[in-house]
Design a protein around this ligand. Structure first.
Ligand code: FEO
Length: 170
């Protein structure tokens, strides 16, 4: 059955939001690089790839339901932050906004009785819980460390280990 128009519309918005997220994390990665925070730059670069994969997962889903994708301009993003703690606090806030958007998509899918879309979105609901908790964990570390000194260096080094694996492919 061809995708419902209201569902198609909100999923198009979500594709845009996921690319907007990717763009934000790419900007954050560039800022980290400019601050000599190579591990954090890597973490943000992986996040950029994850967000791109999220956009593509939704786009491919809409197309698989014979829907249309009309890519829209991507909103501007911040380009600098006060410090690493500020950066991860903004990451957390951003993920909370995305969680609200995903929840809205889910509500529209249910109200339109589009259960296939609701099932597809469950993956994103789980993902958002994980994304929020990843950012919070780093914020907790940074608060303990006080955002300076050797502790920051070691935290930054630990973020260098993160690697991108396309979880949407599972
Ligand atoms: Fe795709 Fe971080 O939300």
């Amino acid at each position: 059955m061809k995708i419902n128009k209201k569902v198609e519309e909100i999923l198009n918005k979500q594709v845009n939001a996921e690319f907007w997220s990717a763009y934000l994390y790419l900007s954050m990665s560039a800022w980290c690089e400019s601050q000599g925070l190579k591990g954090s730059a890597n973490w943000m670069r992986v996040q950029f790839h994850e967000e791109t994969s999220h956009a593509l997962k939704i786009q491919d889903y809409v197309l698989s339901r014979s829907g249309e994708i009309k890519l829209q301009p991507i909103n501007a993003v911040e380009t600098s932050w006060n410090n690493l703690l500020h950066l991860f606090e903004e990451t957390y806030k951003h993920e909370c906004v995305v969680t609200e958007m995903i929840n809205k998509c889910y509500e529209v899918a249910l109200s339109e009785k589009d259960y296939a879309t609701a099932i597809m979105l469950q993956w994103f609901i789980d993902e958002q819980t994980e994304e929020e908790s990843n950012a919070l964990e780093i914020i907790d570390h940074l608060k303990l460390l006080g955002d300076k000194g050797a502790g920051i260096y070691h935290l930054d080094r630990s973020l260098e280990k993160r690697k991108f694996t396309d979880e949407t492919a599972e």
